[in-house]
Design a binder for this molecule. Structure first.
Ligand code: COA
Length: 154
């Protein structure tokens, strides 16, 4: 996408992030919370957040990518020193290279933060998520209940 804008999220973007999550709920691709309060606390101002990067077309948030630091005792059991990644693109904006563009930019933030690797934990039935992370160079490194954990070594 030629006119794609990538920029860091601020608190003003919580409704836009929520809109992306709500579109995914409507498409049957998400069952977790999607309200603006969740977007604010879980992504924009989460204490472990390294980067919450938005992809926009004009003023519209097409998708975003979250990169968090894995801290001691994190609920995912990811080693300290790694990052935790999550990415969400509006269904109608999928497969246009938005996810790929976000990941290229996030790699810079991951390296700047001194991460040794990035974990992506994907539901076993999320074929597009698994295919996407495989295409970005992530490889399987463990399985947990209902999910495959993929890693990208920096
Ligand atoms: C998975 C997701 C993030 C991919 O984002 P995207 O912007 O559509 O991805 P891109 O267009 O940049 O695709 C990059 C590559 O990933 C692979 N890929 C992406 N979507 C795919 C799909 N549905 N089927 C097969 N491969 C796919 C392809 O190799 C693609 O390259 P290509 O189009 O040149 O063949 C997006 O579909 C999404 O948000 N899904 C719902 C939420 C989710 O599952 N997130 C992941 C878990 S956190």
């Amino acid at each position: 996408m030629s006119d794609l804008i990538l920029r860091q999220a601020t608190s003003h973007d919580a409704p836009g992030i929520s809109g992306v999550l709500q579109d995914l709920v409507l498409a049957g691709k998400r069952s977790k919370p999607a309200d603006a309060g969740f977007a604010e606390t879980h992504y924009v101002s989460h204490p472990g957040q390294i980067q919450c990067l938005l992809a926009l077309d004009g003023d519209e948030v097409l998708g975003f990518q979250s990169l968090k630091q894995a801290v001691e005792g994190n609920p995912y059991g990811v080693p300290v020193g790694w990052g935790l990644i999550g990415k969400h693109i509006r269904p109608w904006a999928a497969r246009r290279g938005v996810g790929r563009a976000l990941f290229q930019e996030t790699l810079k933030a991951a390296r700047a933060a001194g991460l040794v690797a990035i974990d992506a934990t994907i539901g076993v039935n999320n074929a597009e998520g698994l295919a996407y992370y495989r295409a970005m160079g992530f490889v399987d490194y463990r399985r947990i209940d209902g999910a495959r954990c993929k890693s990208f070594t920096l």
